[in-house]
Every structure is written in C-alpha cells, then in structure tokens.
Design a protein around this ligand. Structure first.
Ligand SMILES: *Cc1c(COP(=O)(O)O)cnc(C)c1O
Length: 401
C-alpha cells in the first residue's frame, strides 16, 4: 500500500518496484507464504485499527509478497495505492459493494465483462442498488442517466469484447460534476496503453489474469487509486469479504508484470500487423482495432492509448459463416489456441455470437442493441494477439479464413 514517488521510466519501475532486495538476506525473488507473523508490539483485533505503518500480523490483513505486487502496480498506474484480490471479478465486486449502498444508483457501461454485467443486472438490485446500463461512448446518454443518487459510474476501455472505447476524461468530468466516483476496468488496455487515473478516473480495475500476469497461469485482480479510497477497500472488501490474492499468485503475477512494458510493445506491433492482414482479407467483413484508421474512435484512441494493445474483434459475415470458421479454427489452427481469456503470451481466439452474448448482458434498449450490432453484427471473433512471430499468426489465420 506504500506510495511510490519514483520518477524512473515504466520499464524500470515494472522491474524494480516491489522487488527490492530483502535487507536480511539480500534475496531479490522472495515468495513469503507465511500466514502469520511474529509480532513485536501490541496489536488489536479490528481491521479498523490498521494504519499505514502497522506491521504484518495476519495474511488476510497483509503479506510482503502481495504488498510488493501492490507497490509495483501503483508505480505502473501512477496511483497512491493498490489493493489486490483473488480475481478480476473479486476486484469489481469489491468496488461495487464498498462504494454502493441500498438506495444508491450505479451507471454502468452497457457492454461490460459478462460476469460484471450479470452481477450488476441480477445481484446488485437485490441489495437495493439501482442500475442503469448506458453506452459509454454516447456522452449525452451518460449525462442523461445520472440521477441525484448516482454514486458510481463504471466504465471499461476498450470494452470486452467489442473494443469500443470510453472517453475517460469526458466521463470523469460528468462523474465529478455529479459527485459520483468513476471506476474504470482497463484490463484490455493495461497501464502501458492507458493510465486512467491521469484522465480523472478515481479507481482503475484490472483482471491481473490477463495482460499484467500475462502468461495464463494465475488468477488475480486489482484496484488502484487514492489512498483513502483504497484504505476503504482494504477494510471492507479485502479483510471482511476475504477474497484476497494468494501470495503464490502475487509472486507469479509480479514476475509477469516485470516484463509488461516489453510485452505490450510486441502485443501492439503484432496487433497492428494482424489487424492490417485481416482488414485486407476478402473473407473478413469488419475489423475493430483502435490502431486502425477505420476504428470509429481512432482519434480518441490516439489521444488516450500509448499502445493499441493486442485485442482485435473481427466479423466474417453472418452467424453461419462465423460458426463455419470457428469450426475450422478448432480443427486447423497450429499456433493460435481456440480458447477464451486474453492478454497471454500465447495468441487466443474465440467466436462470440451476438444472441448468446445478449443473454449474459443487460436488457438493452433498441438503440443500445443497434449500437452493439453496429460493432458486432451477428457475432465477432475476439482475438488476443500474443507474442509469437506475426507471420506465423497470419499464416494460421489465412489457413482458416
Ligand atoms: C477477465 C476479465 C474480468 C474478470 O477477471 P477474472 O480474473 O477472470 O475474474 C473483468 N474484466 C475484464 C475486462 C476481463 O477481461
């Protein structure tokens, strides 16, 4: 949770912050699994007694390996503080259940990660929280959805799976003028592409399972922001709801995060090469990639993204064509895995049919559904471009299209 005021570049910060040599042993790759710690001073039993300088007492309250990852992520996001959770879903749920109470209103992106959409649609109303899904790329719609009891606006950028962007500065300004917090899930961007706090966002959420861990071997989530907001999450969500990150996963994720700037460079280069190949392929009817001039928000992408990341959505015509090509991918791919998830060193591709996705999302108005279908048609392939040689990925795609 410590604040870092380091002025080094992101590649240096990613490697060194949180992985400082252990003063007792000189070791630089420590994994501490201890669930309890020998205490040298009097300590209370309430999480509310915890202060900035409280020593480690019990693992759910704090752990040196998790703490190191939290400091590394704070450095990458330019945040005061970060708190890690057992998954990206646990991080999102932590924000909703810590900053919303019965009678409050949530404005949320009408295209949100499926688990987040179902949580907001089915669970939050049971706790007396009102939820309005809006197209976050339509600022008038966001402004129109805000009510006197709106406490939180939750966006994603780019959104999973459409790769549609949210103008973070504009939505943050709307949140600020109405006294609401703005939380943003920037999993698709990573802090190398977009640092939401610099655009006025209050809380940035990541599924560490994706780009930040980057190797498909550890589940985790994080929330970064101002110290007072993270302290609240620490007591209510981490300590009392209990879904904290295991030190072993923190250790794996920190090792992945050390090479995040380097990996994102290649994800971005490969992403652009594959997106250009797809855009020129006769079987492909639409490619959505922020680095292409054809992306409807390319100008915003250039302002808000320092790297266009490796996430591509593409259409191949209607549902039948999509299903035929998905089948070909399962049979013929030699390099790319036909699998869900994203942000790994391996390339992953999955067919997402629009009717099916609508069932795991909000009940959209006809206008919202038209905007969704404008991007997705009857279905899209979500392609997470990995770190393999771009020519091999292109050959694999050419084989199935
Ligand atoms: C994967 C994902 C999540 C959920 O993360 P888990 O670690 O699987 O719980 C949340 N948001 C986005 C954008 C994701 O891609």
């Amino acid at each position: 949770m410590a604040k870092t005021s380091n002025t080094n570049g992101l590649s240096t910060l990613a490697i060194h912050v949180g992985d400082e040599p252990n003063p007792a042993t000189g070791s630089v790759a420590d994994l501490v699994m201890s669930s309890t710690y020998v205490v040298k001073e009097k300590a209370g039993f309430s999480a509310r007694d915890l202060g900035e300088n409280t020593p480690f007492i019990y693992i759910r309250w704090g752990n040196p390996t998790v703490d190191g990852l939290q400091r590394k992520l704070s450095a990458l996001e330019g945040a005061d503080a970060t708190i890690c959770f057992a998954s990206g879903m646990a991080a999102s749920a932590a924000v909703f259940f810590s900053f919303l109470s019965a009678g409050d209103h949530l404005v949320i992106s009408d295209v949100s990660y499926a688990g987040v959409a179902e949580l907001a649609r089915d669970t939050l109303p049971r706790f007396g929280i009102e939820v309005t899904p809006v197209d976050m790329s339509d600022l008038a719609a966001v402004a129109g959805a805000i009510r006197p009891n709106t406490r939180l606006i939750h966006s994603e950028t780019p959104v999973n799976p459409l790769v549609r962007l949210t103008d973070l500065a504009a939505v943050s300004a709307l949140a600020k003028s109405s006294g609401a917090l703005h939380s943003c899930d920037a999993t698709f961007a990573s802090p190398i592409a977009t640092r939401p706090l610099e655009h006025g966002v209050d809380l940035v959420i990541h599924a560490l399972t994706k780009y930040i861990g980057g190797h498909g071997d550890a589940l985790g989530g994080s929330v970064s922001g101002r110290a007072d907001l993270i302290a609240r999450l620490n007591v209510e969500a981490a300590i009392h709801h209990g879904g904290i990150l295991s030190p072993f996963n923190a250790w794996l994720i920190a090792r992945g995060a050390s090479t995040l700037p380097l990996r994102m460079r290649v994800h971005g280069e490969n992403g652009l090469a594959v997106a250009q190949f797809l855009e020129n392929h006769p079987s492909v009817t639409r490619v959505i990639y922020p680095g292409l001039r054809s992306h409807p928000q390319h100008e915003l992408a250039r302002r808000q993204m320092k790297n266009f990341s490796g996430m591509i959505a593409f259409q191949v015509g209607g549902k039948v064509q999509g299903e035929v090509i998905a089948e070909a991918m399962m049979q013929l791919f030699e390099v790319i895995h036909y699998a869900v998830s994203l942000g790994h060193h391996r390339s992953l591709c999955f067919w997402m049919e629009t009717d099916g996705l609508m069932q795991s999302s909000f009940r959209l108005t006809p206008k919202q559904e038209a905007s969704y279908r404008d991007y997705a048609g009857d279905g899209i392939f979500r392609l997470s471009v990995g770190l393999e040689d771009a020519a091999d990925l292109i050959r694999d795609l050419d084989r199935v299209l």
